[in-house]
Write a protein that binds this ligand. Structure first.
Ligand SMILES: NC(=O)c1ccc[n+]([C@@H]2O[C@H](COP(=O)([O-])OP(=O)(O)OC[C@H]3O[C@@H](n4cnc5c(N)ncnc54)[C@H](O)[C@@H]3O)[C@@H](O)[C@H]2O)c1
Length: 256
């Protein structure tokens, strides 16, 4: 159950596609849209946890929550998955480009192959998922795309240059797509999360000391969780933000 108390009635029955919905922030978003009565599909490479989530949410939601397996680095596979999602949802007018891979990497160790793989999952796929979704949004007569960037690229972080380059690129992509698609009534905005403490983040990167330092830096003195992203994302997807496009919103507890 997410903590969102606002009901966006226009999201009920709306076709929504979320990438990387199997865990972390994406899973909270899948649940948040399902709670609004939207028709939700999500793409993820991690089969087991995604099937479990879809099963759990389908039992309590107005519509079955659809999971489709896709490796977003494979453009053809992803395009086919977007078309299948749209067909099974009945229509598609919201896309949340959430999937990412914030692997840490040392400057001297980055190979060409590593760099390309990082861009493939963090940046390139966002363009091609959007490209595949747009014809369905045109058919629906309107659309909203929400891209997940990060405050990481504004913090001069030295331990993940490929990731932060991609996250900065997402802002360029957001503004460019907004300019191209605005005349077709398709809005494109971005969210920049701060430090969001998920199970995976705790397992892989975060220490109690690191979390403490970020909380001390934030204006709000508490740990941020995946649920904190749900309200802002629903807002950008819904008619509540009908005149808003080409913008970025920072959800970081006031760390910047
Ligand atoms: N957690 C944070 O602190 C934080 C901070 C800033 C920005 N973000 C951004 O928010 C988004 C979600 O973050 P998160 O922490 O929940 O991420 P995560 O790594 O926990 O989850 C990402 C999801 O994407 C899926 N995925 C990874 N590679 C894939 C591939 N090749 N094909 C299909 N699916 C794939 C994973 O299985 C996972 O379910 C990302 O874009 C991330 O960069 C997160």
């Amino acid at each position: 159950m997410t903590a969102v108390s606002v009901r966006h009635t226009d999201l009920a029955d709306r076709g929504v596609l979320i990438t990387g919905g199997g865990s972390g922030i994406g899973a909270a978003l899948v649940e948040g849209f399902a709670e609004q009565g939207a028709r939700v599909a999500f793409l993820d490479i991690a089969e087991q946890q995604s099937q479990k989530l879809a099963g759990r949410l389908s039992e309590k939601s107005a519509h079955p929550v659809i999971y489709l397996k896709a490796d977003l680095r494979n453009v053809a596979e992803t395009q086919a998955a977007v078309d299948e999602a749209a067909a099974r949802l009945g229509s598609l007018s919201v896309l949340v480009n959430n999937a990412g891979w914030d692997d840490r990497h040392e400057l001297d160790a980055v190979t060409e192959e590593y760099w390309d793989d990082s861009q493939a999952i963090n940046l390139k796929q966002m363009f091609f998922v959007s490209q595949a979704a747009v014809p369905h949004m045109r058919k629906a007569g309107a659309g909203a795309i929400v891209n997940f960037s990060s405050i990481a690229y504004l913090l001069n972080m030295g331990e993940m240059p490929a990731y932060t380059t991609a996250k900065a690129g997402i802002i360029g992509l957001t503004k460019s797509l907004a300019g191209r698609l605005g005349p077709e009534n398709i809005r494109v905005n971005a969210i920049l999360p701060g430090m969001i403490v998920t199970e995976r983040q705790k397992e892989l990167w975060l220490t109690e000391e690191g979390i403490g330092k970020m909380v001390a830096r934030q204006c709000l003195k508490r740990v941020l969780t995946a649920e904190d992203l749900v309200g802002p994302c629903l807002f950008l997807a819904s008619n509540a933000s009908a005149a808003m496009t080409a913008q970025t919103i920072v959800i970081d507890g006031g760390a910047l």
